[in-house]
Ligand binder design. Structure first.
Ligand code: ZN
Length: 233
């Protein structure tokens, strides 16, 4: 089975549409989403509509919680805060209800899905590398746990290895971000797992950043949220 794992869309509609264009060419059996569908960007409802239609499993991110008042504004930085306020006034009631019902963790098809961490996911800890990653392994029982939240793609093995994927080892994999890259590479990032061949790869894809940036400015969200997309920060 081929599984695409996407995360951190952040209301970036051109990036999400482009992601599914690519996924549709990859003969993927299932798509999972690790949350932060909304926040920062100008198209929360459009992005939720696509995710609910196309994804077989979705977990809740901290920005999803913020947008429906389940997490206080002081959890977010100044740009996150103003985007959360904006999102709260624009979400439809149906989509508020959709976000409210999302689980914090899912286990299916031999993988675990969490937004920030499988260990106390409601603490929204940022897991970049060892030793934080080490503490996550006892918290999941599948071979692989997929996470997002940092927007930095990385594969961490239970032996402490980084960015290799070998048969027989357990892995914590951050798939990176669809809608707001932060690793200096402004392209979309998502993961592609082939469970039959036991292969995993990161996909990096260009999208129309100009279109998202213009929509951010038109929505009167902070300019910085548009500028950072070009830099991948
Ligand atoms: Zn995020």
């Amino acid at each position: 089975m081929r599984i695409a794992v996407i995360s951190d869309i952040h209301s970036n509609l051109p990036a999400l549409q482009r992601t599914f264009e690519v996924i549709d060419h990859l003969a993927v059996d299932r798509v999972y989403c690790l949350g932060d569908i909304v926040g920062y960007g100008p198209s929360p409802n459009e992005c939720i509509d696509i995710i609910r239609e196309r994804c077989a499993a979705v977990v809740k991110g901290n920005h999803d919680c913020g947008a429906i008042d389940e997490l206080p504004l002081d959890h977010f930085n100044i740009y996150g805060k103003s985007a959360i306020r904006w999102t709260r006034t624009h979400l439809t009631e149906t989509n508020v209800e959709y976000l409210r019902r999302l689980p914090m963790l899912r286990v299916l098809d031999g993988v675990t899905l969490a937004h920030a961490s499988p260990l106390n996911p409601e603490d929204w800890q940022y897991i970049f590398a060892w030793p934080d990653a080490e503490r996550c392994f006892p918290a999941f029982s599948t071979r692989i746990c997929f996470i997002g939240h940092t927007h930095i793609p990385v594969i961490v093995g239970e032996d402490g290895s980084v960015n290799t994927f070998r048969e027989g080892l357990r892995y914590l994999i951050n798939v990176g971000s669809v809608g707001q890259a932060r690793d200096g590479n402004p392209r979309i990032s998502f993961g592609l797992l082939d469970t039959t061949a036991s292969k995993f790869e990161f996909m990096r894809v260009d999208y129309n950043i100009e279109a998202t940036a213009s929509a951010i400015l038109a929505a009167r969200l902070p300019d910085y949220l548009a500028q950072r997309l070009f830099l991948g920060i």
